[in-house]
Ligand binder design. Sequence first.
Ligand code: FAD
Ligand code: NAI
Length: 463
Amino acid sequence: MADYDFDVLVIGAGPGGYVAAIRAAQLGLKTGCVESRATLGGTCLNVGCIPSKAMLHASELYDAAANGHLAKLGIKTQVELDLDTMQGQRIDAVKGLTGGIEFLFKKNKIEWLKGHAAFTGTDTVQVGDRTVRAKNIVIATGSSVTPLPGVEIDQKVVVDSTGALEIAKVPEKMVVIGGGVIGLELGSVWKRLGAKVTVVEFLDQILPGFDGEVRKETNKIMKKQGLEFKLSTKVTGVKVDGGKATLTVEPAAGGAAETIEADVVLVSIGRKPNIDGLALDKAGLAVNKRGQIEIDHDFRTKVPGIWAIGDVVPGPMLAHKAEDEGIAVAENIAGLTGIVNHDVIPSVVYTMPEIAGVGLTEEAAKERGEVKVGKFPMLANSRAKTNHEPDGFVKVIADAKTDRVLGVWCIASVAGTMIAQAAQAMEFGATSEDIAYTCHAHPTHSEAVKEAAMAVTGKPIHI
Ligand code: FAD
Ligand code: NAI
């Protein structure tokens, strides 16, 4: 150790990196973490999960008051939007949580090296004018927005997800390029606050990677909420003039072009790993075709002592996946057995209703063999019906021979919470019968998971 400044040096303090640093320190390892941002917490806490949920939550309540939903419950309101205060609570949420990570770093005696890290060798990193040597280095540099060639993000008229969180005035007309997770979440925020929102999606359906039936139903629900969709459509250009944008779009398969006007354009066509300026070559590392750092099951790169986790490695770009990898990598470094089951990583879109899934889609499960599928509509769930939340369903996909659950998909107001029980059941290798015979509290939305499981091999009670 004498030669080393740290047992573990983590590069990046997002949910992957900060969690890895805390776990390493908890395990008694001398730990440092390099972060170039002014606050800890990475994309997730600063410009991702947390601020987007602050705006989703507030806009949901505004919408409930403004669209008459509260009035239906006997709550009369006079509604006025105070966007400054709404933005203020978003900023406060971020401040509170990023400050919390700084507190945890101090508590765990983790040194925060402020600045940009670049490799100078296999076990050395340059941060500003300091060179540090570490026995283990964890790359957790995360990801950033994928640019759309020829479209310049000015964060005023053409914004990425960060700019879309900070819009100072509700745009009259917003065009979202990309009908993925960010497009639907942030498109919903501004739709609820009064913008006319059009989503332009290259593929023939929104939310790639999600179960086919869930994608179609989500599209239907979002349309009912007033979002417009142009599917199988590509954007070929965006011109900005006098504070307004004109987009040229045409069918993805080719055909006649048309133009769409917008006050704000959100570019949300995916994210790419952060490797710029890291000087990976100095460490003997390279990236794959998708710009990701390849790792083995234990999060080791091909260079001994260098590990990688989170958005910068292959797999879904999700905070909870990064966090779990952060714990596992620290445990592996400490000589313990750190494991992440990548087959059971839930995914949630925080629209209203929420869209959630874990495991295989029905399409993917069918490719592997014979399956049985049980479905239950939220309309028949007493709690959802009582709360005036009729949209959605739960779907349980099980192996036809063994009954083992292969995937669960939910569209429901609290689908993000409901999916946790499905993930836990799958982690324990549950059958649909195991879920069906587990007592679920009444009246809860989760009873729909039980009834969908009952529908796999038999009949649910309430339909
Ligand atoms: P990041 O969080 O990206 O953190 C990496 C950090 O490394 C950054 O702070 C960066 O400044 C720093 N860094 C990079 N290079 C260097 C360097 N060379 N030197 C020093 N520091 C460096 N996921 C969910 O699971 N749920 C959600 O609800 C959700 N909502 C999202 C909403 C939005 C708008 C966005 C954009 C993303 C959202 N995500 C969500 C995705 C989630 O934010 C990421 O999956 C997660 O942050 C990845 O964690 P990470 O630790 O790998 O990287
Ligand atoms: P995404 O990959 O979810 O969706 C991008 C969409 O853009 C896709 O539907 C794709 O077909 C489409 N697209 C790509 N190029 C296009 C083009 N030229 N024209 C029109 N459409 C095009 O990416 P998104 O929404 O940018 O989010 C990035 C990542 O951030 C997500 O994959 C997710 O991992 C993470 N995230 C997670 C959230 C959550 O967990 N709730 C919330 C927000 C982001």
